[in-house]
Design a protein around this ligand. Structure first.
Ligand SMILES: [Zn+2]
Length: 503
């Protein structure tokens, strides 16, 4: 007999509906799975057979063939286990076929018959066309985010069989075991001093400008970077669903609300591989750190310690807002619209700055600076020096301005950008920038001086104008950009030579 059960697999961050066709026929006992399964998926044979055995079902001593359609799509992971088991039960007549009509099944099976969580519940359920879906215990909250299905969760096969046969009611959804993500964001009020860095964070949040901080260890670069997401507004509904889908596809736990509503912060270590950062992988394609940081902040501490090849892999996503990963088996596109914050020491010894403090030779310092390629350095609209806070500031006991106060100004500035048809000023380009970034005579003269002396490049000029636009927006100044905006924008974009690093 033939049974067809709906399930789904994840490709990139998108789900793809899979029909699990189970055929049980007389012949020599065998169990085969066809239709491009990967290794984990092929091992479903052993898990399904053991799980059914543990649940009191005798394995058919006939020929069982499972086809995963469409056959052109590679099936990942163990999420199809449950559908295969249900297919065998229906084909064997243990469960009536009507009981599983218009119902999708997603979950991995344990050898004891338990039904286990798989990564990507949100995209998996989104791909299912039916009206009902059965998911592992603890996954109902994620599955309900899609909102189209009647969601039921089961802890093991025995429960599922009893419910499908109508012998007992469906189990009540359990208390969600989704781990609590840290939702208390650190506050800027904890930061003493650092007036320039605070301004840079505010401008980065308001205008979506990438930020590079250069300074000695212990100056507070990490502390500052971790406070940037707290200045960003809540995610809009479509951005929230996108961020949630990416987190779900990566198998990360979701916040108790189900949706990722706050801009995420990802801070991968400099030892991370290009695949961990950009996404991909051979066995199981998963989104990388830059996609998990999409709609939020990607913080790269010790920027100069990242391998050059890894940093170069960032350039295309920074330009396009998506990252395309091609592997032998599939090509997928992951979202990658993140705010990049880099932090680095001025030189290998970390001290940089005045002669005497730094113990590095000139040659060492130059070599260190060259680890960041020109094109990547150019992406940072904001480049500031972060020095250790002044002892008087640390002891004064006056708390800094709170994140909520700064975030309110950021929202106003972003509204001004939205009125121009962009989500933030960093996206202003070409004709829009010409119109929105007109310069007063004094401001133009100031920039001309920079261009003539060579301290400002043509591309740098455009970036300075965007930052100046954001500064004016934050201050509530409309119209042409004045000298004060341009002067401050230039200060926020220290030339690499001045930062000591790329001397
Ligand atoms: Zn040094």
């Amino acid at each position: 007999m033939l049974a067809i059960i709906a399930s789904a697999t994840v490709l990139g961050v998108e789900g793809c509906q899979v029909s699990v066709e189970v055929h049980v026929a007389s012949g020599l006992p065998a169990f085969t799975i066809v239709g491009l399964p990967d290794t984990a998926c092929r091992e479903a044979r052993d898990r399904v057979r053991a799980a059914l055995g543990s649940s009191g079902v005798t394995w058919p001593s006939r020929r069982v063939t499972v086809n995963l359609a469409p056959s052109g799509v590679r099936k990942n992971g163990a999420g199809l286990d449950l559908a295969v088991a249900v297919g065998v039960l229906v084909a064997e007549g243990v469960i009536p076929a009507e009981a599983v009509a218009a119902t999708g099944f997603v979950g991995e099976l344990g050898l004891d018959g338990s039904v286990r969580r798989v990564p990507g519940m949100v995209p998996l359920v989104a791909a299912l066309a039916g009206t009902s879906v059965v998911v592992p215990a603890g996954c109902a909250a994620e599955a309900k985010l899609i909102g189209r299905h009647h969601v039921r969760e089961v802890g093991n096969l025995a429960e599922l069989m009893a419910a499908l046969k109508g012998e007992s009611p469906w189990p009540e959804p359990r208390a969600d075991d989704v781990a609590l993500l840290a939702c208390d964001e650190p506050d800027l009020a904890d930061v003493r001093g650092h007036s320039m860095a605070r301004l840079a964070l505010e401008v980065a949040a308001a205008g979506g400008h990438h930020l590079l901080m250069v300074g000695p260890p212990g100056a507070g670069k990490t502390m500052l970077a971790r406070r940037l997401p707290g200045l960003l507004p809540d995610l809009a509904p479509d951005a929230a669903l996108e961020a949630t889908t990416v987190h779900s596809a990566a198998g990360l736990s979701l916040p108790p609300t189900g949706l990722v509503l706050r801009p995420p912060l990802r801070a991968p270590h400099h030892g991370s591989s290009a695949v961990a950062l950009v996404g991909g992988g051979t066995a199981y394609m998963r989104p990388g750190e830059i996609s998990l940081a999409s709609q939020g902040v990607l913080f790269l501490d010790e920027l100069a310690e990242f391998p050059r090849s890894v940093l170069d892999a960032l350039r295309q996503p920074l330009e396009e807002g998506v990252v395309r990963v091609c592997r032998a088996r599939a090509a997928v596109a992951y979202p990658a619209r993140f705010l990049l914050v880099g932090a680095m020491n001025p030189c290998p010894c970390g001290e940089g700055g005045p002669p005497g403090a730094c113990r590095c030779s000139d040659a060492t310092r130059i070599r260190y600076g060259r680890r960041i390629s020109g094109p990547l350095l150019d992406r940072f609209d904001l480049r500031i020096e972060v020095t250790r806070a002044h002892p008087a500031d640390l002891l004064a006991g006056v708390p800094g301005e709170a994140s909520a106060v700064v975030a309110a100004r950021v929202v106003v500035a972003r509204c001004r950008a939205a009125a121009r048809g962009v989500s933030c000023n960093a996206e202003l380009s070409g004709r829009r920038l010409e119109r929105e970034g007109r310069l007063s005579a004094g401001a133009a003269a100031m920039l001309e001086g920079g261009l003539r002396s060579g301290s400002l490049s043509a591309r740098g000029l455009q970036r300075v104008r965007r930052v100046a636009r954001t500064l004016a927006d934050l201050a509530g100044r409309e119209g042409t950009l004045g000298e004060e905006d341009v002067c401050l924008a230039l200060q926020l974009r220290a030339e690499p030579a001045r930062l000591g690093a790329a001397a």
